[in-house]
Design a binder for this molecule. Sequence first.
Ligand SMILES: Cc1cc2nc3c(=O)[nH]c(=O)nc-3n(C[C@H](O)[C@H](O)[C@H](O)COP(=O)(O)OP(=O)(O)OC[C@H]3O[C@@H](n4cnc5c(N)ncnc54)[C@H](O)[C@@H]3O)c2cc1C
Length: 433
Amino acid sequence: MKRRDFLKIGSAATGAMLVGGAVPAEGAEKVKPASEGVGVDGYVKEPSRKIPVIASCDILVAGAGPAGFAAAISAAREGADVILLEMNGFLGGLWTGGSVLPLNCMEARTGSGWKQVVYGVADELAVRLKEMGMSIQPGRSPIVDPEATKHLMRLMVKEAGIRVIYYAKACEITKSGDRIESVLIESKSGRSAIKAKYFVDTTGDGDLFYWAGENYRYVKHHIGAMWRVGNLQEDNDHGSMTPIKGVGLMHTNGEYDQDGLDVFNMSRLNDSLRQYMWDKTQELRSKRGCEEAFLLETPPMLGVRVTRVLDSLRNVSMTDALENRTYDDVVGIAGVDIDVEIDGNKHIVSERPQWQIPLRALLPRKTPNLTVAGRCFGYEHDITYDAREIATCMVTGQAAGAAAARALLDRSAVQATDPAKVQATLRSQGVKI
Ligand SMILES: Cc1cc2nc3c(=O)[nH]c(=O)nc-3n(C[C@H](O)[C@H](O)[C@H](O)COP(=O)(O)OP(=O)(O)OC[C@H]3O[C@@H](n4cnc5c(N)ncnc54)[C@H](O)[C@@H]3O)c2cc1C
């Protein structure tokens, strides 16, 4: 397929794939459920109450997936006092908690082959996992072991002096003017608040920018699962293996057009996907070398690909990527997935150059002390596959953390941050831009 043809199809697909869109005025939206799909059976009134402030910091990073991890490390390495907030009891988000083990998008495809384009925190992790013998490279993307990845992320977060608060779900924000003042959390300690000067939204679902009243695109996508099976023989017909001997990886794309923020839909999918994982693992036993296979783990997190995507100061697109668009405020070089998505299906195209991520794609339009990274930063639908892969999430995370740290030093709005200073910070952290 020629680039020209692809662009035509890609932009047609973009229009067709969008659902939802910009939110209505702040306030009106606040009393609505998070998702249009959730039925509402009347309302109850929550009594107003005082919320205790249990911690404060310079920069609060909400969500400890690949993006949040990289953001926290980046900001802490610049001397900021960082809290990393996570509703689960482990680091890594979908990478470790969704068994999404292939680290995609470290590379880009030129005419002659693939070359590594992602460096910085993502590369540090990849190298250290390889040194531990906890990543294998059967194809282009390394496949990691989730427990080793969780362990290493925890060590790196400790090394950087980051405070991690686990089992705490951000459930609202308070504001002072346009600025976010605190994030309210719900945990077994009750509802409480954490104050910070700057915030990074790496929740994957854009929870913070949603509460802040930013505009966004609402996407329904495939919701599927990846899971691990044990007891595979060295020589087997299944194929996808992990670094642990005898442990393989399975995958289903799942149903398309699924709402990842609708609690009833997620409950339904949770049930059907866990049944599917069980059944498929039994079927696997009919393959050679898999006769003794068993279901080792259904992952804690279901495979929600995309929900809210920020309407940023500059949303990047596949057209930008394929036309090698460059930006004065570039803060990340991203690699590519093997395929591109057209009408919800993957297609292979031959030219997939590296692409640039501008700082503006990580910046909301209104909130002066918030940056956004990971699968909910500002991009168009046609580049979804490249934009939300794990390496890209770490690229945007590292940049969003560096931008917040820079704004903190300059006491400026993130939108007024000097991109050259953010670039200098990132270069000093080993990022190649
Ligand atoms: C089925 C499936 C297969 C995939 N396959 C691949 C693949 O092979 N290779 C690849 O590179 N990528 C793959 N991806 C994409 C990739 O896994 C994700 O896009 C990536 O992990 C997103 O990283 P993130 O940090 O933005 O968000 P997430 O990984 O979703 O992390 C978000 C974190 O924030 C936490 N969080 C969310 N809300 C709150 C809150 N309110 N308060 C506190 N914490 C919160 C979550 O618990 C989580 O830890 C796949 C995705 C899916 C669903």
